[in-house]
Design a protein around this ligand. Structure first.
Ligand code: ZN
Length: 266
């Protein structure tokens, strides 16, 4: 298999044209003609993930987050990103990113998150594309039966990979919960959409004090704020499954290295 073969599968599942205009998705380093046998999937393109790729003998790392988002004039080893690029190129490891195009895909990042926290049945986008009701940001789904916010928070914590920061809840723990909205990664731009959707709880990451406080005060859905890395990690297995089902003969591995920014909670 060549890198081109693998990219074809990824771009069919996660069309780059659906990425946000500010985003930087696709091939970051590597030669499209190079052979690919082992693909490591990870949320973040950071040194610990590059080390894991080296140790395992990966030829390709697929990450959710881009390495470079803004104009770059140097890849010298004087910066962490430059060191990463050097490590990858010296060891013939390609790097490919599927970011906002994976967020809005079907199945995408929030489908995997929804299943990880226990939603069942059909999932619909929280903010669908005007031209495609089955694709877009976030997902809304239901729990198998009504429960309480406290019980659901426990279930969500158990369904997501453990991080030092854990999850935080805003709202009355005895509040009944059935309809749930989720959005992988930083979802505070969707707070108003979640309120308008009439869900019982909105689970996302990176919520800030004032928007969260005002949202709960105004009688909106309860909020669950999980670790950013943890909300996106379930997607890696979904992307690996798509590669395996596609007929490209590559070995896949999902990185279990926790690369959330918060490394210790007290
Ligand atoms: Zn993210």
């Amino acid at each position: 298999m060549t890198l081109t073969d693998v990219i074809e599968v990824l771009e069919a599942a996660y069309p780059p044209a659906r990425a946000e205009s500010w985003d930087a998705v696709g091939l970051v380093s590597g030669d499209p003609a190079q052979a690919v046998h082992r693909v490591l999937l990870a949320v973040d393109p950071v040194a610990a993930v590059a080390e894991e790729a080296l140790d395992w003998g990966a030829d390709l790392i697929v990450t959710h987050h881009p390495l470079y988002l803004r104009g770059t004039t140097s890849v010298a080893t004087t910066t962490p990103k430059g060191r990463l690029i050097h490590t990858l190129i010296k060891n013939d490891i390609a790097l490919y990113t599927a970011h906002t195009n994976a967020d809005v895909a079907n199945p995408g990042v929030s489908d995997a998150l929804a299943r990880a926290v226990g939603l069942v049945g059909d999932l619909v986008p929280l903010q669908p594309f005007p031209d495609d009701p089955w694709r877009g940001l976030g997902r809304i789904g239901e729990l198998p039966e009504k429960t309480t916010l406290g019980e659901f928070a426990r279930q969500a914590a158990d369904g997501l990979p453990r991080t030092p920061a854990g999850i935080r809840v805003a709202g009355d723990l005895s509040r009944p919960v059935l309809r749930v909205a989720v959005s992988g990664g930083a979802g505070d731009s969707l707070l108003g959409t979640a309120a308008a959707a009439g869900v019982d709880v909105f689970l996302t990451a990176d919520l800030r004090h004032h928007p969260a406080s005002e949202f709960v005060e105004s009688g909106g859905p309860a909020l669950i704020d999980a670790a950013h890395w943890a909300t996106e990690w379930p997607w890696l297995d979904s992307a690996a499954s798509i590669l395996r089902a596609s007929g490209v003969t590559v070995e896949t591995r999902v990185s279990a290295t926790v690369t959330d920014a918060w490394t210790r909670g007290y």
